[in-house]
Design a protein. Sequence first.
Length: 237
Amino acid sequence: MSSAAAVVIVSLGLMFVSYLIGSVNFAILITRRFAHTDVREHGSGNAGMTNVMRTAGKIPGILTLICDFVKGAVPVLLGRFAAVPIASALSGVDLKLEINPLFFAYLGGFFCLIGHIYPLYFQFRGGKGVASLAGIMLVCDWRVMLIALAVFIVVMLLSKIVSLSSILAVITVPFTTYFLYDSTIDYAYTFFGFSQRGALTFCAALFTLILIFTHRSNIVRLVKGEEKKLTLGGKKK
């Protein structure tokens, strides 16, 4: 098998598995367990940590945050550490200097995020993906995640608005991905004319765009000055 065919097969398999993993929505499962209800029928209708906290309490909200974070990390770990060895075995060619394993990491993360937002098991109605993206970026590049987290914390302390904090934090991701890219190894593969640095930055930009898309209703409320704040007690102001 050619190396190109092996890369395609591994990519498709990773995309499929990552989507299925992402489709496991812990906000729905945990709220059913603790509050015996569907979190999507309450509050904002979003199957995410903030709405779980408002619907079922702080403990279920924290559990949701942890589970979504770990869920985002799992497909990225598969992509980063298993994809290149599998593609090399299929092709009979050592690809470790041909293709950056971060490409598979970002690919797995992206389709996990799609699964979280549009879960196969829950009528394609999921969450907005912030916690899962944090897990994704931790494994892809902890420095990128740390910068985004710092922005989130600062904005959250100043505004107490989760959506605004999330949006501003995720906007940093493609920029930090580009500037922190390790260019010491010149990988041979290119993607539609993009260098691998450009391809990873493009993937990071897709993360940003899809998170902004899932927060479009929040953006409308922010513009109108109607977005609610979250207090330490989990209540909206």
